[in-house]
Design a protein around this ligand. Sequence first.
Ligand code: ADP
Length: 271
Amino acid sequence: MREFLKEVQRIVVKIGTSSLIYPNGNINLAGIDQLAFVLTDLRNQGKEVVLVSSGAVGVGMNKLHIGQRPAEIPKQQAIAAVGQAELMNIYNQRFSTYSQQTAQVLLTRDIVEYPESRKNVINTLEELLFMEVIPIINENDTVAVDELDHLTKFGDNDQLSAIVAQILKADLLIMLSDIDGFYSENPAVNPQAERYTRITEIDENLMAQAGGSGSSFGTGGMHSKLKAAKRILANEQAMILANGRKPSIIFDLLAGKEYGTLFAPEQLEED
Ligand code: ADP
């Protein structure tokens, strides 16, 4: 059993596009509704909850009836601008059903790299948690771009969620994806691949077992999830990678059930 998970107080949950959008491009309302229910219940239990949500481009494509993700950056950013507003609209509706207040926080990498602005972000998020609000965070997709001396992109929301967990000193990052955990090989390629239940250290060997994204909506793939886990482990924090098909899995994870892959340093005992 993963006993320490019963005690976690501050939780960052990251949800990927593949858990929010069906393969046909439509919005997975049942999944979003269940996510709102679960996170509100955790909040009602007195835990502090932060959601990092992808999905702006996917929701925007759905709203604008665009079937294929355009290659041009301005087009993608315009779609993200439409989709982010619509995504928050959907979240607000669902969370309102459970009387839970949410807030939108859009970040760029420069903000968390400069000490003054990082402090400002932390203060704002701390204040929201104190007010019992659930912050919903995304990269500011609409404007983020990388210049030589001015980097504003996080790369992907896997890294963003690990950075949010780091600056907020969260007890746990729960990363919800479209797969049951990290496997010895991409199960889509080799169905015999085995799931890791616990990882304490990430070396090149493990990195080599991580493949690319499984869906046309997924972005980072397993490599970026391991990179995020590496940051978490370096900060002696814990992360679970689990399947977000049914967000109620979060209740099971916090009860200590051995679903998904737990990334946690050795000193966090599992007894
Ligand atoms: P999300 O949209 O949730 O961020 P991604 O599509 O980016 O998800 O990444 C998850 C996908 O990574 C899985 O569906 C799987 O096809 C792929 N993958 C590659 N290598 C592995 C591995 N070793 N273990 C598990 N999944 C893997």
